[in-house]
Write a protein that binds this ligand. Structure first.
Ligand SMILES: CC(C)(COP(=O)(O)OP(=O)(O)OC[C@H]1O[C@@H](n2cnc3c(N)ncnc32)[C@H](O)[C@@H]1OP(=O)(O)O)[C@@H](O)C(=O)NCCC(=O)NCCS
Length: 214
């Protein structure tokens, strides 16, 4: 987070800690999730290592606990709100983070999917739901997804949801799969459907009932 500008994610108006889409639950990581998250990352190591700068090598359980500890303790004071994605049996399906690190009135969304649960819409539905909620937080006007042009599966998520590709630009390579060209996908507050009603339930509907976002 850039300390020279006002925080976008603030403790005064944090995003909800839990979003329930029925068969898919998006909730703040808790300390008790440490082992399950460790196992999910272990199982998905090859796929995540290729694209995620935070996984240059396998994590130890101690490193994993440190991550969970920070996620559990600092929400959202350190500019990050990290959610686990679970099925109704509490199986870890993936992870999604809201990050205050790209600029004024803007949050970035990052994600990964457990390799055993890809291709089912878990990430697309979660991004739709969290975006709808984040875009009605005070001071949030815009959500971005940043991904390398070579990360076709990642780019397919905002594309599937009808986001706008704002720019493609050179970007430092931080993970072995990356090409060095990045895409910035954007969803803005004005893009939300116009109408009245509860935004949280609308987010749930966006994610659950219109999964393709079309
Ligand atoms: C990027 C990544 C999260 C994408 O995962 P994914 O499984 O392709 O994404 P989703 O969970 O949204 O699933 C989408 C697929 O499910 C299908 N699907 C099934 N039911 C669906 C539903 N209800 N809603 C939306 N899509 C649905 C979609 O049609 C799509 O299928 P397709 O790929 O055959 O077109 C995953 O590849 C990953 O974890 N990669 C490594 C980490 C990474 O790169 N993170 C991003 C860094 S920028």
């Amino acid at each position: 987070m850039d300390s020279a500008r006002p925080a976008v994610l603030t403790p005064d108006a944090p995003p909800p800690e839990r979003i329930d889409l029925g068969d898919l639950v998006i909730r703040r990581w808790q300390r008790r999730d440490s082992e399950a998250q460790f196992q999910a990352i272990e199982a998905s190591y090859e796929e995540l290592h290729a694209w995620m700068p935070w996984l240059p090598e396998r994590r130890t359980r101690a490193q994993q606990r440190d991550f969970i500890e920070a996620a559990a303790a600092n929400w959202p004071a350190d500019g990050n709100c990290n959610y686990g994605l679970f099925d109704s049996a509490e199986t870890v399906l993936g992870s999604l983070g809201l990050h205050d690190r790209v600029g004024p009135a803007t949050l970035e969304i990052g994600y990964w999917c457990h390799t055993g649960y890809t291709g089912r819409g878990v990430i697309t539905r979660s991004v739709a739901a969290v975006t709808a909620i984040a875009l009605v937080l005070p001071g949030v006007e815009r959500i971005e997804i940043h991904c390398d042009v070579a990360n076709v599966r990642s780019a397919a998520v905002p594309r599937r949801l009808g986001w706008r590709l704002e720019r493609t630009e050179p970007r430092e390579r931080h993970a072995p799969g990356e090409s060095g060209r990045g895409m910035v996908w954007v969803r803005e507050r004005g893009d939300l459907p116009v109408g009245s009603g509860d935004q949280t339930s609308r987010a749930a509907q966006d994610g659950a009932a219109d999964p393709t976002g079309r």
